[in-house]
Design a protein around this ligand. Structure first.
Ligand code: SF4
Ligand code: SF4
Length: 101
């Protein structure tokens, strides 16, 4: 995600920390900690790094699961990131890890 933390999309009326969520997700990508493959030898470490870091860097009430897709943020992003779509993607990933063990 090309989010540069410009904050133009903020505040989200539903309280999401949009740049904080992208910062965490991007950090995990850069550190090789995004995987859905339970057969991946790195899966347990990556799962823990994502979930622990997510709760530390973004409070639950400000995480991607709170996005209702209202679209308020969509035209604000100079990087043309489809924010609601990305929030759904990141939330699906987090939920999968939470239920995955
Ligand atoms: S679409 Fe989601 S992230 Fe964007 S303003 Fe609405 S609730 Fe917030
Ligand atoms: S407007 Fe776009 S680039 Fe700026 S903080 Fe929000 S998501 Fe990131």
């Amino acid at each position: 995600m090309n989010c540069n933390a410009c904050q133009y999309c903020m505040p989200c009326p539903y309280g999401l920390d949009i740049p904080g969520i992208f910062a965490h997700y991007n950090k995990c990508i850069n550190e090789g900690n995004i995987t859905e493959d339970k057969g991946d030898p790195n899966y347990r470490r990556a799962r823990r790094a994502f979930l622990v870091g997510y709760d530390r860097s973004v409070p639950r009430l400000r995480q991607a699961e709170q996005c209702i897709g209202c679209g308020h943020c969509v035209d604000a992003c100079p990087q043309r990131i489809n924010i609601p779509q990305q929030m759904r993607k990141i939330d699906r990933y987090a939920e999968k890890l939470r239920s995955g063990k």
